[in-house]
Design a protein around this ligand. Sequence first.
Ligand code: SF4
Ligand code: SF4
Length: 98
Amino acid sequence: MNSDVTENQGKEDKKIPKKFPWIIPFSCEGCGDCVEVCPTGSIELIDLGKKVDKAWITNPDTCIGCGKCSQACVVGAVQMTEYVDRAIQRYKEKKKPE
Ligand code: SF4
Ligand code: SF4
């Protein structure tokens, strides 16, 4: 009874989120609300040696695109984008906000 096993064989069946958080570091005030609500620990505050720490997606692989970080941010520093590939690439290339 192995007729169905060839599908997805050898491929990790990981779901890519439909939307992904796009952080606008300039707008971030470092309150940490987004970090608190994230169920997967994908977003963290980064110390850049400035007055306030800035939120960043430090673990794009674990982000499920739930949007809770965006909803929690009262200043609109986290927007959900449909350009998921670009967003993931951004966080993989840049390990911290500028
Ligand atoms: S909730 Fe918004 S302002 Fe607060 S740390 Fe997160 S991105 Fe920055
Ligand atoms: S979209 Fe969800 S999982 Fe991804 S960083 Fe925001 S709160 Fe965390």
